[in-house]
Design a protein around this ligand. Structure first.
Ligand SMILES: Nc1nc2c(ncn2[C@@H]2O[C@H](COP(=O)(O)OP(=O)(O)OP(=O)(O)O)[C@@H](O)[C@H]2O)c(=O)[nH]1
Length: 465
């Protein structure tokens, strides 16, 4: 399973995972001691557990996670790949890339006084992460209520936080039966694998439920579509051993085998799979859902980028610059209108785009069309009279709608011309993993959606606007 670790900045995600990996035997005592000594030296002793995950020097010096760190662990019944996402607002795009590879989520919240509230208020990362994760198809979430040692293991505080989160989780689309809460102290390693020991006395007085590991062990394994054509969106590109080019990411459909020829989209290049690495082991094949690294030959590295999609030459993903999508608008202040510009996120790719047309509004619960074909005059009237009633041509918070989206051009070299480059996009009906998009504006996620269909357009040169 791919477990997406999320939460507000400093909630204790890296500490929790570092400690859990240690308790489960993935980090040995020697490494732990080395991390402890090195973090003490930098005056960051409290981050020693996080060092198991925060790998780069900058991350360690700043004490924050910036990129997606991958780790794996075994609980008694599950093999879990952890995607540790950055909690800091500036790194939400990295987080989206991680969330789009996940099957389930572990949300860490800080129970200390005022901290949960800061993360949960509007603009806090707890809300945004939950919405994003659900929009990207994750339906199971475990909420670890952390740092309970700081509030004397208060049962009232634990329940207060559960009560605040429950309605929000339901509103965001998580089914209550797939939402679990667990009290923990990551730093002291309490209730991660066990709640034994005198330090956990305060917790045991009122809590007899499962540990975090028990809950991880009971996550429902996702179904994998292995009968569809291979879809491999590239989330990282690096030089591998020898002269090979390595790409990593999650297989979003089908099976990949060593020796297979794959088309790299966008483009006409064909690469050959030299080897496949899964969980640090070389394997002859891997299937949908696995996070793998592929070594490629016969390919010029300039043709493979983060966001490229690898697929069989006989069944390529369609390329598009214009397409329709069904979206749900998040809690926004400035409405979306025809012409609104934004950043479109699709797996690890983000491109400038805009809403070309608002086609219809939909009932959020049933998906039924409420209104279609808005007239342009309606839009003008709304603007002139500043009509406060949410109108079809203006998408306000909470609305669901079908819209047409067009990619915008990017400048090429020093010329004033912009090029609209088509990107590989597959409909949600064809492949659920490949058909999801997120829309962000000014550093804030304003909507999430699924792809309905693509309008194929030739690769065109457009004058800059
Ligand atoms: N008292 C106490 N402190 C904790 C606990 N868990 C984490 N901390 C402290 O909280 C601080 C932040 O922990 P991190 O693990 O770096 O937090 P994070 O959520 O990974 O932060 P980002 O990577 O910046 O998003 C560190 O000083 C930890 O020692 C806990 O259970 N109890």
């Amino acid at each position: 399973m791919n477990l997406f670790l999320s939460g507000h900045v400093d909630a204790g995600k890296s500490t929790l995972m570092g400690r859990l990996l240690f308790e489960l035997g993935r980090i040995d005592e020697k490494t732990r001691k080395t991390n402890e000594r090195a973090s003490d030296k930098l005056g960051k002793g409290s981050f020693s557990w996080a060092w198991g995950l925060d790998g780069t020097t900058e991350e360690r010096e700043r004490g924050i996670t910036m990129d997606i760190a991958l780790q794996s662990m075994m609980t008694p019944r599950r093999q879990i790949t952890i995607l540790d996402a950055p909690g800091h607002k500036d790194f939400v795009p990295n987080m989206i890339s991680g969330a789009s590879q996940a099957d389930s989520a572990l949300l860490v919240v800080d129970a200390s006084t005022g901290e949960f509230e800061a993360g949960f208020q509007r603009g806090g990362q707890t809300r945004e992460h939950l919405l994003l994760v659900r929009s990207l198809g994750v339906s199971q979430v475990i909420v670890a209520i952390n740092k309970l040692d700081q509030v004397n293991w208060s049962r009232a505080r634990f329940e207060e936080i559960c009560d605040a989160l429950r309605p929000f989780l339901v509103q965001s689309g998580f089914h209550p039966s797939k939402t679990k809460f667990v009290p923990v102290s990551a730093y002291h390693g309490i209730n991660l694998v066990s709640s034994n020991g005198t330090e956990a006395d305060g917790l045991r007085e009122w809590y007899k439920g499962p540990t975090l590991t028990d809950l991880l062990d009971k996550l429902e394994p996702p179904t994998r579509d292995i009968l569809t054509s291979l879809r491999f969106p590239v989330s990282n590109v690096f030089r591998g051993q020898g002269s090979y080019l390595s790409v990593s990411g999650r297989i979003c459909g089908g099976i990949v085998q060593v020796g297979e020829k794959l088309r790299v989209l966008p483009g006409d290049e064909i690469a050959v799979v030299k080897s496949i690495e899964l969980e640090d082991e070389s394997v002859p094949w891997a299937m949908s859902g696995a996070n793998v690294t592929l070594s490629l030959t016969s390919i010029d590295p300039v043709n493979v980028l983060v966001g490229s999609v690898l697929c069989p030459p006989s069944d390529p993903v369609p390329l598009a610059t214009v397409f329709t999508a069904r979206i749900i608008v998040f809690d926004i202040q400035v409405p979306i209108t025809a012409g609104t510009s934004f950043e479109l996120f699709h797996h690890s790719r983000d491109v400038p785009a805009s809403a070309l047309k608002l086609l219809s509004t939909l009932d959020r619960a049933t998906g039924q069309v409420i209104k279609t074909s808005p007239r342009y005059m309606d839009f003008i009237l709304v603007q002139i009279h500043a009509d406060p009633v949410p109108h079809f041509s203006v998408l306000t918070k909470g609305t669901s709608a079908e819209i047409q989206i067009g990619l915008r051009g990017t400048h090429v070299g020093s010329s004033s011309n912009t090029v609209v480059r088509p990107i590989p996009l597959e409909t949600f009906a064809n492949n659920k993993d490949m058909g999801r998009i997120l829309i962000r504006r000014g550093g804030e996620t304003i909507a999430a959606g699924v792809l309905q269909n693509q309008c194929r357009k030739p690769h065109v040169l457009m004058p800059s606007l």
